[in-house]
Design a protein around this ligand. Structure first.
Ligand code: ADP
Ligand code: MG
Length: 470
């Protein structure tokens, strides 16, 4: 527990002391001298027994949360734990970590790094964030307007981060909740695998059971289920079952429900019933705040944050305007550049480090209408391979980057009819023969390698191009 957390609690306590009669204060609050732990926006307080816990929860908790809101200016919550509960939790933690460090992570599919604590709120995501924190603090008491939510927005704006934060937060507060995060492409694959082998009937039963018993289902990128009729039916069954039991279902997509195509209407009409919340690209101020937060995370241990001039962050936020993934990548690139060459974190260094992106933007701008399409392609490929946009545009020879980059080249060549030299120009001034060789590599592996074919098809689908690649 940090010094600040303790101070905040002492301020709340002081106000309670002024507001309550002496007995209530003495009985319930006077012995709580510190915050037991914090997690994201929750302050955990430890109390002796269940009687005190229930009294606080029924009589004072709302007022305590209001005081917190007043002090901190953003929604924060208290959570009361008894000594017994804490002991039990700690035992469980020891058990779990001695069995396998990743037990929790692997069974629920969540990436523990996506939390509310490192999610920066701004106008583009305020509603979505508010909803997400509210439901995850209230999972056992969801109303029928709350238990189905559909987040939509472009790639790289934080949808995955947000639904994973919901899952992580719920598990943090209540580790027994049965939470599952699944990417739609994994759902499709797992379902397809059930049909393989001798015991397929059993496989299907197991598959259904796995979802049937959940309290929280988090499904990422549902638009990818289009055209998969059988998988849609299965998903519909699972959905209906959980929904009828009032379980939490959170879905993300890059399209609004009504814009989804080739998905059966009984599913899309269910999605239309959801609370539909958009997440959009952050504005400049929000981008600056995100950069500050990321920088702080990068440098936390070194505590060097003050040495970093704000104007450089402002510069990065100005040139990287499309989405957060791009922004994150740009910051990493500048930090790496400054570190590797021992440069100051100045606007000049940032300009040099980001040269490729700027080249790209200039080239794209001079191309008029197609620039949005190129941006979208690079965006989609970066999302698909989980690599930074600017890394795709860089000269790095890392295997996954080479693959992602060449795929872009291949698509620009075959679907947009770009010349090799034009493609080279967009990708930071590469030679036309380099691009040509890269495109040929992809053409060759398309003949032999199923994975490449699948990757290309998936990407073409995402950018709305026909998937005919012969
Ligand atoms: P999406 O699922 O919408 O494509 P992601 O959730 O994968 O986007 O976000 C892309 C990257 O940007 C992730 O690394 C995520 O942590 C980060 N990110 C997005 N939005 C925010 C935010 N508001 N605050 C902090 N990081 C963010
Ligand atoms: Mg995502």
């Amino acid at each position: 527990m940090s010094f600040e957390d303790k101070q905040i609690w002492l301020q709340v306590k002081e106000r309670l002391k002024n507001e309550l009669d002496v007995d209530s204060y003495e009985n319930y609050f006077s012995s709580i001298n510190e915050v037991y732990k914090t997690n994201d926006n929750i302050y955990f307080l430890k109390v002796k027994n269940n009687f005190i816990k229930t009294r606080i929860e029924s009589g004072y908790l709302k007022r305590m949360n209001d005081i917190l809101l007043d002090l901190l200016n953003s929604p924060h919550y208290f959570m009361i734990k008894t000594e017994k509960e804490i002991d039990y939790e700690q035992e469980r933690m020891v058990e779990t970590s001695s069995k396998n460090n990743f037990t929790r992570t692997s069974s629920c599919g969540l990436n523990p790094t996506y939390t509310f604590g490192n999610f920066v709120v701004g106008d583009s995501n305020r509603m979505a964030h508010r909803y997400a924190t509210q439901v995850s603090n209230n999972i056992n008491n969801l109303s029928s307007q709350q238990n189905l939510v559909y987040f939509f927005g472009d790639v790289g704006v934080g949808k995955t981060h947000l639904i994973e934060a919901i899952g992580n937060h719920i598990l943090e507060v209540n580790p027994d909740t049965r939470v599952l995060y699944i990417r739609t492409q994994d759902f499709i694959e797992q379902y397809a695998k059930c049909g393989i082998g001798a015991s397929s009937q059993q496989n299907y039963t197991d598959f259904y059971e796995k979802f049937n018993n959940l309290d929280v289902l988090l499904v990422d990128d549902i638009q990818l289920i289009e055209h998969k009729d059988k998988t849609q039916l299965e998903f519909f069954k699972i959905f209906e079952n959980l929904y009828s039991k009032g379980k939490l279902i959170a879905i993300t997509s890059d399209k609004k429900p009504k814009d989804l195509q080739n998905i059966m209407t009984r599913l899309t009409s269910r999605f239309e019933m959801a609370l539909i919340l958009d997440v959009s690209s952050p504005d400049r101020l929000h981008r600056i705040n995100i950069l500050k937060s990321k920088l702080k995370q990068e440098l936390d241990e070194q505590n060097k944050i003050n040495e970093f001039p704000e104007e450089t962050l402002e510069y990065i936020a100005t040139v990287c305007e499309s989405n957060v993934r791009e922004l994150e990548g740009a910051l990493k690139r500048v930090l790496f550049y400054c570190d590797a060459f021992n440069h100051d974190f100045s606007i000049e260094s940032a300009k040099e480090a980001l040269q490729n992106i700027l080249n790209f933007k200039n080239a794209a701008n001079s191309m008029g209408n197609t620039d949005q399409e190129i941006k979208k392609l690079i965006n989609v490929v970066s999302d698909y391979f989980k690599v930074g946009e600017n890394d795709i545009l860089s000269n790095s020879r890392k295997k996954e980057l080479v693959v992602a980059r060449r795929l872009c080249w291949y698509i620009l060549r075959s679907k947009y009819d770009f010349s090799y030299s034009k493609i080279g120009e967009i990708f930071g001034g590469k030679d036309h023969s380099t691009v040509m060789t890269g495109v040929q590599e992809i053409e060759n592996s398309l003949k032999e390698d199923v994975a490449t074919k699948k990757n290309v098809e998936n990407i073409l689908k995402k950018i709305g191009k026909d998937t005919n690649i012969i």
